[in-house]
Design a protein around this ligand. Sequence first.
Ligand code: PLP
Length: 378
Amino acid sequence: MKFNTKTIHGGQQPEETTGAVMPPVFLTSTFAQSSPGEHKGYAYARGTNPTRTALEKSFAALENGTNAFAFASGMAAVDAVLRLLKPGDEVVAGDDLYGGTYRMFTQLFEKYGLVFSYVDMNVVGNVSSAITKKTKLVWLETPTNPLMKIADIQAISLAVKDINTTILIAVDNTFATPYLQRPLDLGADIVMHSATKYLGGHSDLVMGALMVKDEILAKELHFIQFAAGAIAGPMDAFLALRGIKTLHLRMQRHCENGKAVAEFLKNHSKVGEVFYPGLESHQNHEIAKKQMKDFGGMVSFKLKEATFRFLENTKLFTLAESLGGVESLVNHPVSMSHGSIPEAARLKIGITDSLIRLSVGVEDIDDLLTDLEQALNV
Ligand code: PLP
């Protein structure tokens, strides 16, 4: 199956008893047994639920994995990956991460004895140099949130596995989605998503996903999902599955609109730097071109002045947390999504007060550009 078919049919079968084309929402916590341990494959809904199973099969198909797991949030999915490690283990992570991931690493897991180092993953050699005998996991985002930096997944995977084949490589693929890039095909071991974003696509749920291609890793992650319990509920699983069926259509338009917005901003006198991997001026444009099918709908930029005035005056771009829905959103990373990163750490990598992040939706591009122009001129 090609990708655009997989979004609709990947891992899906009509429901067994009725032939329902969409899986019913199995709102049940438990399943009848004919004798202790004798059941139809489902025992207790923390372990498995048929609606979640349908979604997890779709997740696996999208990323060319063998298994996938749906969690209560993106952060619960990150948490499950970190639970594969033990005190003393080291993690090499990108230096530009979603603020909540950084917060989880520094404020939750450091106290359990995990050791994190942060490197600029633009340069593959930075990753190799940070690896020690204790490194068990490399964690990367590409494109990064919010600076849209690109890491070469294949080159990093090869370099890391060359040092030690047992080090796991996990990629947060939230910004790109499997429509644009599939990290498991490029050598990664684990793909993570905030399915809250493009996979769900309609800003109506909070969910996380992990996809893998190795059966042993799949068993370990399923055990963690079951034992720690941060599962996605059946109603959210249904909504995510419905959203995924139009992922390819939405992404195509997000990419078209994202490119037009980036070009518009680049040529605007009130705008400073624009961060969009589709621009030839982007420092990793060539890697992005090699690794991604297109460049997505996320665009960050710096305003020369009056940042808050702009943020308060967009009309179609709603000022709100989150991204990846059909509607356009605008975010101020310093006070919103990345507020938990200490000032010195964020300034070091360029997350300044004038930085603005746009999630460009699928509205008519003329209306979006008109909105940006009027907000820039207030
Ligand atoms: N990873 C990225 C790149 C994100 O943007 C987010 C949320 O914004 C997360 C992870 C966390 O996901 P969630 O909010 O679904 O817990």
